[in-house]
Write a protein that binds this ligand. Structure first.
Ligand SMILES: [Mn+2]
Length: 437
């Protein structure tokens, strides 16, 4: 198998120093049978016919095989000036570091994989956790593939500063590489969630989140326990994420919840799903009703952003604002207040409370993503990134992205994966910027 070496030649991320030519040093190891053709000059011993593989052939036959075209002889002189030395055939020392971004087993942003559910002693500052679940969807399924999708979309993330992170040059985010700021961030893989019974699956998620939250932090300046960013999964999963985050970090009156979504998701189960059975009551449109009822959500410090889907009953708006305590920014409010204005107002609402941020991919416009319930009139990618960065300074104890519907062969899968990953990248920025060791 020699093709990986050829791959490295054409990759702009060559880590193998032994490919480099020192000035004035002729290190090219010419094969005794080299024909002097252009290909020989470029690839040298890598493709030169070796006697031992063609026993019985005369040197003339081999010469014929390797070609004797000298048409390009003058053009090849440049390669003679850039001769290469390949490593020994059994040398794999250049395979040990980070390879090309599409190589290797895929974790989120190439983060190290960790056995978070069983190795409870390991100190972790921030954990990525997958919740492959879509039994609570009313319209478009496929979010059980979301955790894998978000990881696939994250392959270009993981290192370096980003010229658009942070909204101005004085922002701490502007100079932050969250992956190398001193916090230990790992990918825990997915919580095993059965696709056959949502009650059991959600209980599995709760136990998985709880096990991760119990890890001690390593270098955090603010938190004793591990914080989690969850890759969903339909929006029902947020109820379990919130429950575990509330039990780990919560204040008496709940966590301030910032909810990016086209839908309010506080629907009274009498209106959405509950008329069929108790089992059907908990779904991706009612989970915030239950979270509020359970006390996980801090009333009057929580906010929806991006709302634009129609209400179902005439009481929905009152129930959302009065019973559940959410304030609302619709998608059109962004035209009125601007992205930075909206971010400022969100920060004012959550104040200095501990915050959980949940991001439904349907916040983005219908043309950009595939998610559980698509809606027209949504946000652009740049509006989302500017609002998120405008939240710099909030006390973010947990977050998730949900409704990442990337079932095989569905439309917009690639952009859905990429946008899910990009939102997580922004969330990691917000979680790290306040907590740099
Ligand atoms: Mn939602």
């Amino acid at each position: 198998m020699r093709h990986p070496v050829i791959l490295f030649l054409f990759c702009n991320q060559i880590h193998a120093l032994n490919f480099r030519q020192e000035p004035g040093q002729d290190v090219f190891q010419e094969h005794p049978e080299a024909s002097g053709t252009l290909m020989d000059d470029i690839f040298g011993s890598l493709i030169t016919i070796d006697n031992q593989f063609f026993p019985g052939q005369t040197s003339e036959q081999m010469q014929q095989y390797s070609g004797s075209d000298t048409t390009h002889a003058s053009a090849s002189s440049v390669f003679k000036l850039n001769k290469l030395r390949f490593p020994e055939d059994d040398d794999l020392s250049d395979f040990t570091g980070l390879g090309p971004l599409y190589s290797g087993i895929v974790t989120f942003a190439h983060l190290p994989e960790s056995n978070c559910f069983f190795d409870q002693e390991e100190a972790i500052d921030i954990a990525i956790s997958g919740a492959p679940f879509d039994l609570g969807v009313s319209y478009n399924s496929g979010a059980r593939f979301g955790p894998n999708g978000a990881r696939q979309g994250s392959r270009r993330l993981g290192s370096g500063n980003n010229p658009i992170r942070g909204n101005n040059k004085s922002s701490k985010l502007r100079r932050l590489d969250p992956y190398h700021a001193g916090l230990k961030i790992v990918d825990c893989g997915d919580v095993p969630m059965t696709p056959f019974d949502s009650r059991i699956a959600l209980n599995q998620l709760y136990r998985g989140q709880r096990a991760i939250h119990k890890h001690p932090s390593l270098n955090s300046t603010r938190y004793n326990q591990t914080r989690i960013v969850t890759l969903g999964g339909d929006h029902t999963i947020t109820l379990m994420n919130l429950k575990s985050a509330f039990e780990t970090f919560g204040e008496i009156d709940g966590l301030a919840v910032i909810h990016f979504d086209a839908h309010i998701d506080t629907w009274d189960p009498k209106v959405l799903g509950g008329g069929i059975s108790d089992y059907a009551s908990l779904n991706h449109g009612t989970f915030l009703h239950y979270a509020t009822e359970a006390g996980y959500v801090s009333k009057n410090h929580s906010v929806h952003v991006g709302i634009r889907a129609p209400f179902i009953s005439s009481d929905d708006e009152r129930h959302d604002a009065e019973d559940c305590g959410f304030q609302t920014f619709t998608s059109k409010d962004i035209d009125i207040y601007g992205t930075r204005g909206i971010a400022k107002m969100i920060k004012k609402i959550v104040g200095d409370k501990k915050v959980y941020l949940t991001f439904d991919l349907d916040t983005f416009d219908v043309g950009l993503v595939n998610s559980g319930t698509l809606e027209a009139g949504g946000l652009s990618t740049r509006e989302v990134l500017t609002i998120l960065d405008g939240l710099e300074g909030i006390d973010l104890v947990g977050s998730d992205i949900v409704e990442v519907s990337t079932a095989p062969n569905t439309i917009n899968s690639a952009s859905t994966e990429l946008l899910a990953a990009q939102v997580v990248d922004s969330l990691l920025g917000l979680m790290v910027v306040n907590d740099i060791p």
